[in-house]
Design a protein around this ligand. Structure first.
Ligand SMILES: [Zn+2]
Length: 262
């Protein structure tokens, strides 16, 4: 089965919310936003944390108190305003941050929601620079927002298409919103923001044992030929293909208890 895209003929409130945000990134000119006092304040909050993280020494990474939870909360509240039309943080939203230092756990960040509390786990050893932590925070923020959207729909008795959220939670919704935030954050912060979309796509293909069509990549990456004459969409398509087969073969072997060559 191929990675699914939303059905354009059907009303999909989550897709509509994402489209609204993506449009705001394109339509709200940066100069106009800068005239807004609240926007300015929130941008400063985001920039403060970005700077704080970038000023860390190499020896700080690996420590379980890299930045306090109150600063991460301040960052997420401000980033919700700058990147998500205030869609993430409500009056009763809380954050519980845990730093993990487990070499065997190959994750940079993980998020889950319990009631109105976002449970965020950040890995110390796998995040090796301030920029990397910043990118992981934004990556996890997209997950948090989509979980909030999903819960809103479910609490109103609506159905959601779980496949669009994804088997690894990196389905179409995550990719589309992450793409837009990646571009907007790179522009607004003046830093090369990378939300790990290529790896996330691979993870999703493996988790769901899915195939992907070129059209999926063309919608979620740049479909136009770059300087090399090859489009970003094709490069990602050709990058994930062979890796997916390898990963699925490994998964099958592990499942059957066979030894795995790496
Ligand atoms: Zn993720």
């Amino acid at each position: 089965m191929a990675l699914p895209k939303p059905n354009q003929d059907m009303f999909d409130p989550v897709h509509r919310k994402i489209t609204h945000i993506v449009d705001s990134h394109q339509l709200l000119p940066y100069q106009a936003a800068l005239q807004d006092a609240v926007w300015q304040k929130k941008l400063r909050d985001v920039q403060d944390i970005a700077q704080q993280l970038q000023e860390k020494d190499d020896s700080d990474f690996g420590k379980t108190d890299l930045i306090p939870a109150s600063d991460v909360e301040k960052f997420l509240k401000a980033a919700s305003h700058i990147f998500l039309l205030d869609g993430l943080w409500k009056q009763d939203t809380k954050l519980q941050l845990t730093w993990v230092n487990n070499e065997n756990e190959n994750i940079k960040g993980l998020t889950a929601m319990e009631g109105s509390t976002h449970m965020l786990r950040l890995h110390t050893t796998h995040n090796k620079s301030g920029l990397e932590v910043l990118c992981v925070l934004l990556h996890e923020m997209v997950h948090m927002f989509l979980t909030v959207c999903e819960q809103e729909e479910l609490s109103q008795g609506h159905q959601v298409d779980v496949r669009l959220f994804g088997y690894s939670r990196h389905g179409y919704y995550w990719q589309r919103l992450a793409r837009s935030i990646e571009t907007r954050a790179t522009y607004v912060l003046g830093l090369k923001i990378d939300l790990g979309r290529r790896d996330a796509c691979l993870e999703e293909l493996v988790a769901g044992e899915m195939t992907a069509r070129m059209a999926y990549f063309e919608e979620l990456w740049d479909p136009n030929p770059g300087a090399s004459g090859v489009s970003e969409a094709r490069m990602v398509f050709e990058w994930v293909g062979p890796r997916k087969f390898e990963a699925i073969k490994r998964k099958d072997a592990e499942r059957n208890g066979e030894s795995v060559e790496t």
